[in-house]
Design a protein around this ligand. Structure first.
Ligand code: HGY
Ligand code: MN
Ligand code: MN
Length: 374
């Protein structure tokens, strides 16, 4: 079996470890994550790495003493995920080390929480590894009432010294490489992100008796605002929407949504968020609704390290990543770079996520050349 075929086989095996029957969902701090760490940790040991987990559950395989060069990606997933977003980067890194170790100390990391699905804590794993864990996250509670503090006793200590550098292999999650007919690309920068929770407060009432002109329907206000989000300019998404009381025959009294807005330009991104906030206020005023706007994240665009990127493949297509990655967090403490792998139709955060064996083989060879050049 080729190295690339074994990478695909291992991603398939990992993809069967899920919290849910019939689809892949593997959130931070769950039994499924513990099983995934056990499986990947066993592969790490077989590859000759010493394996440990840190305070937040990041899985770390190391070889050599002193400041390491770090490879890896995340092992958690979104709901109903594909099998490659995250795991591909961990399994490819391991497969390259099985071919031979670089001259420098090396670590492969499977981050415990990049997607932030369970507690809304994007990049928690790499934040813990870079001393940027937000203590306020401990108070976050998941949909079952479990507090993050029940899983993480205390904010993890910042590491004594930063790594030599970080490289993450990841599916592109977009259509560019397929459009270009290229198997691989490198990342110039990771787009900035703004996250917010937006709540419209109206008045619940009887669906059959309250005249249309007398209503303060929170969902109607939210729907009008969502069309503004669609026209905002940068990529913008309302991914979560909760209607209270959320039953057929009651006028929605309150609606809470999440906003996820991204752009390579921080000025453009912040201006778009300000405009959407102002539109929300106008809609609320006109519809006699209350409005609560909670900013949750303002993550600047992050340039990747030029030297490492050139080493990865100066001749490869250079792309901006619209998706966020642990590389963005790791870049706060060390030079970081990313190698993108073409994925069919750019599909991701979906079970139809897929990569070609030949493209994985190209990624293995590119990463092997990179480590030899380090
Ligand atoms: O949201 C993102 O871009 C990443 O998948 N967490
Ligand atoms: Mn990812
Ligand atoms: Mn993702």
């Amino acid at each position: 079996m080729s190295d690339a075929a074994r990478v695909l086989e291992r991603c398939a095996e990992l993809g069967r470890i899920s919290e849910e029957g019939g689809r892949l969902t593997r959130r931070f701090g769950t039994e499924a994550m513990r099983r995934a760490n056990a499986l990947v940790g066993g592969w790490m040991q077989e590859a000759g790495l010493t394996v440990r987990e840190d305070e937040v559950g990041n899985l770390i395989g190391r070889r050599g003493e002193g400041r390491p060069f770090v490879l890896g990606s995340h092992l958690d997933t979104v709901r109903n995920a594909g099998r490659y977003d995250g795991p591909l980067g961990v399994v490819v890194a391991l497969a390259v080390l099985e071919r031979g170790f670089p001259r420098v100390p090396v670590e492969v990391v499977g981050f415990a929480d990049e997607e932030g699905v369970r507690f809304g804590t994007a990049y928690l794993g790499s934040a813990a590894m870079t001393g940027r864990f937000d203590p306020s996250w401990l108070a976050r509670v998941d949909e079952d009432g479990v507090a993050l503090a029940d899983l993480v006793a205390r904010p993890p200590a910042a590491p004594a010294e930063p790594p030599l550098g970080y490289v993450e292999v990841h599916i592109e999650q977009g259509p560019e490489l397929e459009r270009l007919g290229e198997p691989l690309g490198v990342v110039t920068a990771i787009a900035g992100q703004s996250h917010a929770a937006v709540t419209f407060v109206g008045e619940a009432g009887h669906a059959g008796t309250v005249p249309m002109g007398a209503r303060r329907d929170a969902l109607a206000g939210a729907a009008e605002w969502m069309l503004e989000v669609e026209r905002a300019g940068p990529v913008a998404t309302v991914g979560e929407l909760r209607v209270d009381p959320g039953v057929r025959n009651v006028i929605p009294g309150q609606v809470t949504m999440t906003l996820d807005l991204r752009d390579p330009s921080d000025d453009v991104r912040r201006a778009a968020v300000a405009e959407l906030s102002s539109r929300a206020e106008d809609i609320a005023a006109r519809r006699r609704l209350g409005l609560r706007w909670e900013d949750r994240a303002d993550m600047p665009a992050i340039p990747m390290d030029e030297r490492l990127t050139a080493l990865l493949g100066d001749d490869l297509p250079h792309l901006v990543s619209g998706a966020g990655h642990d590389a963005g967090m790791m870049a706060s403490v060390a030079p970081a770079a990313m190698l993108f792998v073409r994925c069919r139709g750019g599909i991701s955060h979906h079970p139809d996520e897929s990569v070609e064996e030949a493209d994985v083989a190209a990624a293995l060879d590119a990463l092997e050349r990179f480590l030899r050049a380090l």
